[in-house]
Write a protein that binds this ligand. Sequence first.
Ligand code: F6P
Length: 549
Amino acid sequence: MNADGRTRLNQTPEWTALAKHREELADTRLRDLFAADPARGTGYTLQVGDLYIDYSKHLVTDETLRLLRELAAATDVFGLRDAMFRGEKINVTENRAVLHTALRAPRDAVVEVDGENVVPAVHAVLDKMAGFADRVRSGAWTGHTGKRIRNVINIGIGGSDLGPAMAYEVLRCFTDRDLTVRFVSNVDGADLHEATRDLDPAETLFIIASKTFTTIETITNATSARKWLLAALDDEAAVAKHFVALSTNAEKVAEFGIDTANMFEFWDWVGGRYSYDSAIGLSLMIAIGPDRFREMLDGFRIVDDHFRTAPAEANVPLLLGLLGIWYDNFHDAQSHAVLPYSHYLSRFTAYLQQLDMESNGKYVARDGKQVDWQTGPVVWGTPGTNGQHAYYQLIHQGTKLIPADFIGFARPVAELSEELKAQHDLLMANFFAQTQALAFGKTAEEVRAEGVPEELVPHKTFQGDRPTTTILARELTPSVLGQLVALYEHKVFVQGAVWNIDSFDQWGVELGKVLAKRVEPALTEGADVPGLDASTKALVATYRELRGR
Ligand code: F6P
């Protein structure tokens, strides 16, 4: 028993029951499960909003699912969920509420933090964003010289970049194609250089996105962007028309020289990786327009409501979270692949990497003690068909178990020509063929029956039993994107709740930040930085020599 009154996770009877069940299922094959239950292909499915979820190709039975739900009940996942939605400070190490769900709450909802309803402030910022986005889109907001804004550059990193950058790609077909929208995150000057080199400063708006407004990469890039602008416009007053800020920190925004009237606020109860439906989404809103942005928020809300109210047996985020736990903790899977069969979702997995790995990459439990069970998996993946010709070999025949999510759409996006739309069936034929092959493989008998020489039979045999979830929607819309993101947000929540970790802090990234600041003078001035280890000292010396210092 812990200080928080919870038994250590892997000592609970529910955990022990799952471990035993895993042993009992050791020889169970997906082929057998499908043979035993002809209705499995339709029975092991759920619907949430526009998302059809097929989990039949998982190494689970009704009993597995029941035991997993018992684990969720024993770890009070729904209790923590309700506390989150109520605005309780479940981010214990930072003593903060976790209320990204309030960002998409309807105007008349009441969500209180410290006795104050936050929903009116959420909608006030959304309205302010909409007004600004409309002015930029219509040309009413001009640059300092009176020229129309044609380029929007979001400068931010981590959660202040990945969300809007991902969503902009996903919703490209809904964007104003006359606007150039780019995202700069890397402190490597090449990023800003490439983003600005062909642009007219008089037509360029910079959106500086930083929750803290102290992140060194973002402030460095923003400072360089301001110099680039002023080198051309040569008037400090130009900053007011070409720079806006998205932040929780008005003081630092003002210190940087951005008028706080041009600041779009959010709050400490919005985690960076959960923030792109807050003011952090301004670049996206300018690109797609306020109406589409609100459609996206509606999509988030559909899944929020589902997660909050659906019973355990029909609760999709709960199911996906528990399936991940089944593989992570009881099959020793180290990673989880997310494989979208949509070119527009090309940055979706990169976005999920931060969402999942920054949330659940923790070895200390909420009780302050080290966990002795596995927590968050390595999340990886790229659009499906490209992956097929690169790393799928390892998923099919490698020695590691890699559960995967396949995400696809029944219809191609409307903007494509008829000829290009016709390619969609081939894309999706690959999708269905892959999940089938991963699940059922190909037996040695089947290979022999094709006349394959005996020495090649083992090489051409596929074991199968590679588990996948299929997520299928009619088409990719702003609402569907919101639904997908909320689905993963809540899946990550479920897993953090079961593992008893704080999914909403990120202390692990702080050490690197502090050290980088300390090491910089050694690089630039050759300063003798105390505390440098022998390896780093030698590397710095070699760097300086190669750099010509
Ligand atoms: O990488 C750490 C982190 O704090 C992320 O959690 C966050 O999204 C990112 O840095 C950017 O932070 P900010 O928005 O404060 O600039």
